[in-house]
Design a binder for this molecule. Structure first.
Ligand SMILES: *Cc1c(COP(=O)(O)O)cnc(C)c1O
Length: 424
């Protein structure tokens, strides 16, 4: 660079003492590169990077080192060819669908119990461009095959574990059905996480995450990511990132990267807590149903085996109150003292959601009932607290929400683990 010249104080304030090269070694954690752009000693350097002849960063909408570190980490744990991170799970889903190059008249065949906003995205944003969405039951492979034959979709879209009924998708079988008609399979792996399942290994073309949930895990960052199986999807996904512009911020990337480091530890604890809790709740006189993948039989058990391969069944349990009403569900939620009344899932503390008024609020009551989401249905995302405290809290709240049988609830001595979780 040219020698520094005599400058005034105002200029000195702008340029003083910044932009130092790192002297050696490596920071143990990826730094937050909070910069929107990058500067160079020679203008030709920028040219070479933009042309693709040299690696580097020029402008953070096109790439940022902190964000790239997060993308590489997720790509590795999902066994992908590459990954791009986005500002939210919805931005990631939007990008994944854009990358499927849908045009007017294209059909998306979507699993009927997808995340509510995903359906809204399909019906409103993509629907406005003449892209048709057809809903099908992905757990019944025969009807799925018929729906594929009838609708000739370009994309099949499903979730590894559905929300809130935890239906398991036999990804390998669904991928075969999709590929037989040259359709792409896009899988939202938010609920299962790569700890339990890697859909790309089972034949999916694109995997999407709301990183806001388990990948981040600490309720402190919003983000999304798409992981691709094939290099040829790169230009379309990069375009959906840089032109639609829903990029992840380096601050969020840093939090998500830190969260990802403990995904294994958290999932191990959360899955074992969930399994023990599911067994305890199965005996509850206040519940008519306890949905947990371990208890599945028939086709669901086969799907579970094909998709999960393991002995762990996820960290989410869905229950139905015997008094199947909104009033009872609200009384239950308001009686909780350790578990949180949540709107999210995948945090390290236990969060309980009332799907009928939260995740599936936009659906008509009749539609909800047809999906099996009644007013007394509750979704428990189990956290890392001491299981005894979670179980006691839920059992007490169940007792309290059934007034006829409510006794006097004594003060429960909670453990340190529960107290620590509540310090957030
Ligand atoms: C939360 C969620 C999304 C949307 O993610 P955001 O980060 O909130 O945009 C998509 N799919 C599933 C399964 C989710 O749980």
């Amino acid at each position: 660079m040219a020698d520094p010249i005599n400058v005034s104080n105002a200029t000195r304030f702008v340029h003083a003492g910044e932009r130092r090269d790192f002297p050696g070694g490596k920071p143990a954690a990826t730094p937050i590169y909070a910069t929107s752009s990058f500067i160079f000693d020679e203008i030709e350097d920028i040219d070479r990077i933009v042309e693709g002849g040299a690696s580097g960063y020029v402008y953070s909408r096109y790439g940022n080192p902190t964000v790239a570190a997060f993308e590489e980490a997720v790509c590795e744990v999902e066994n992908g060819a590459f990954a791009y991170a986005y500002g939210s799970g919805m931005a990631a889903l939007h990008a994944a669908l854009l990358a499927c190059e849908l045009t007017t008249g294209s059909v998306v065949l979507a699993s009927r119990d997808l995340y509510g906003s995903t359906f809204e995205l399909l019906y409103t944003v993509f629907g406005a461009f003449g892209i048709k969405t057809v809903a099908a039951d992905f757990s019944d492979l025969e009807t799925l095959q018929e729906a594929v034959a009838e609708n000739k979709p370009s994309v099949l879209l499903c979730e590894t574990l559905s929300n809130p009924l935890l239906r398991v998708c036999d990804i390998q079988a669904v991928a075969e059905i999709a590929h037989a008609v040259n359709a792409k399979l896009v899988v939202d792996n938010t609920f299962a996480t790569p700890y339990l399942c890697r859909p790309l290994d089972l034949g999916a073309d694109l995997v999407v995450h709301s990183a806001t949930k388990y990948l981040g895990g600490h309720a402190d960052a919003t983000g999304g990511v798409v992981i691709a199986k094939n290099e040829f999807d790169r230009p379309a996904l990069l375009g959906a990132l840089t032109l639609a512009g829903g990029v992840l911020s380096p601050w969020e990337a840093h939090s998500l990267l830190r969260g990802l480091k403990t995904l294994g530890l958290r999932m191990e604890k959360q899955c074992s807590n969930a399994e023990r809790l599911a067994h305890i709740l199965k005996d509850s006189p206040y519940l008519s149903e306890v949905i947990y993948p371990k208890f599945f039989d028939g086709e669901h058990a086969i799907a579970l085996d094909e998709t999960f391969h393991g002995s762990e069944f996820g960290a989410i349990i869905t229950v139905r109150l015997k008094e199947d009403t909104r009033e009872a569900a609200y009384r239950f939620l308001n009686s909780l003292r350790v578990c949180t009344r949540a709107t999210s899932v995948g945090d390290l503390f236990t969060g309980i959601v009332h799907p009928a008024t939260a995740t599936h609020r936009e659906l008509s009551p009749a539609k909800r009932v047809s999906l099996g989401i009644t007013e007394g249905t509750l979704r428990i995302a189990v956290g890392i607290e001491d299981l005894n405290d979670i179980a006691k809290d839920i059992e007490n709240a169940l007792k309290e929400c059934h007034p006829a049988e409510a006794g006097i609830v004594s003060d429960i001595p909670f453990t340190n683990a529960a107290a620590a979780a509540q310090l957030f």
